[in-house]
Ligand binder design. Structure first.
Ligand SMILES: C[S@@+](CC[C@H](N)C(=O)[O-])C[C@H]1O[C@@H](n2cnc3c(N)ncnc32)[C@H](O)[C@@H]1O
Length: 355
């Protein structure tokens, strides 16, 4: 048995939810880290899993104090999360310089050139050798030729997690995997899914922004052999496109509602808010009814986000969950909302499955 570790992404419960739907059960969870015991023959598989999952920010081998000798003999600079570990390495291994790092932060210099260690517990240390796909996430979030943060593009990291949660719910016969996003917008799902090697089908009532982002596909970060199709479709209408029979799972998000600056929220009357909530409910419930009526898509897992306004006291998605249950979907959700501190809108993540 070998011990491996991973640092959980900052939204821990969401990260643990993604992890828990996969095969490897965590052995120990310590502060922000998960430590996993893995037999030799499973190490490659663990590595593959990590490549395809989004829940951790950095990871790899757990080492003992004796093994640190080997690791530190070439290192003159060390990235550490606490100064006690630095003092220990200086005293025992003669390491000359260090940089203090926040546990969730990735330092480019340390990542590319030096050694990063995390103190786990008594005489066990995490040697970081792999990091999350930061260049991929940044390229998707900030470098699409056509994009629009103001209308609620999905963050690439979250999209990666949604895709991996969806794939964990597939039955084994799905190969190759095809992911469908019926509100593809700027193509976030497509970019992430293709980069992970999954085929993608996208549709939108206005597919132009996705099409305008097509040349971006040639960027080497996204280059895989995965297939991509985009077509125009209004989710308020029945789903009829013949190639939807290839869909393995659906990963999507409509929109988080109107722009919600603190000031504009204060000016909205209760009735105006309710009207906006009704629009969201109508869109999500009609979409679900139409997809549930499709002979093939009705049985595929759906991973979908639903808006939750942080200033609004009630759970905005209750009606949607009830509707899903009347259509015979089972509904799972991580307890944690996806949100940033200063934002007025958060996302609930739902996994819907039938049968
Ligand atoms: C906020 S964007 C989605 C962004 C996308 N999730 C992304 O990350 O790039 C919402 C999208 O829903 C689409 N939309 C609105 N009404 C629709 C409908 N009835 N059927 C299909 N798409 C619709 C809009 O055209 C818009 O592209």
């Amino acid at each position: 048995m070998n011990k491996y570790f991973a640092v959980l992404w900052r939204l821990k419960e969401l990260a643990m939810f993604e992890w828990s739907v996969w095969w490897f059960a965590p052995q120990q969870v310590w502060n922000d880290c998960v430590v996993i015991d893995v037999a030799d023959e499973q190490v490659d598989r663990l590595h593959d899993f990590f490549q395809h999952l989004g829940w951790s920010v950095k990871r790899w081998r757990v080492v003992t104090a004796e093994e640190l000798w080997e690791i530190l003999k070439h290192g003159t600079l060390l990235g550490v999360t606490d100064t006690a570990l630095w003092a220990f390495c200086k005293k025992n291994y003669g390491v000359k310089r260090f940089k203090k790092l926040a546990i969730h932060h990735t330092d480019k210099e340390i990542k590319e050139w030096w050694i990063e260690l995390i103190a786990l517990w008594y005489e066990l240390y995490g040697h970081v050798e792999h990091y999350q796909h930061i260049p991929l996430y940044e390229a998707i979030d900030f470098e699409k030729p056509v994009r629009g943060m103001q209308i609620g593009m999905m963050p690439a990291k979250l999209t990666h997690q949604l895709i991996s949660i969806a794939c964990a719910h597939l039955s084994l016969h799905w190969s190759p995997v095809t992911i469908y996003d019926p509100f593809c917008g700027f193509g976030t799902t497509w970019f992430v899914a293709n980069a992970l090697g999954y085929n993608t089908i996208c549709s939108d009532i206005n597919p132009t922004p996705t099409k305008q982002n097509l040349p971006r596909r040639n960027n080497q970060l996204f280059a895989t052999d995965a297939l991509f199709t985009v077509f125009k479709h209004d989710v308020m209408q029945p789903f009829v496109a013949p190639f939807l029979q290839h869909v393995s799972c659906i990963v999507t998000e409509w929109r988080l509602g109107p722009i919600m600056a603190k000031k504009s929220v204060q000016n909205l009357t209760r009735q105006q808010l309710q009207e906006k909530i009704t629009d969201i409910q109508t869109m999500y419930t009609t979409f679900l009814s139409n997809i549930a009526a499709h002979p093939h898509c009705s049985t595929v897992p759906i991973v979908i986000t639903y808006p939750q306004w942080t200033f609004f006291e009630a759970d905005m998605s209750l009606w949607f969950i009830e509707h899903a249950e009347t259509l015979w979907y089972t509904v799972q959700q991580p307890s944690q909302l996806y949100m940033r501190n200063d934002q007025q809108v958060a996302r609930r993540v739902f996994v819907l499955q039938r049968g």
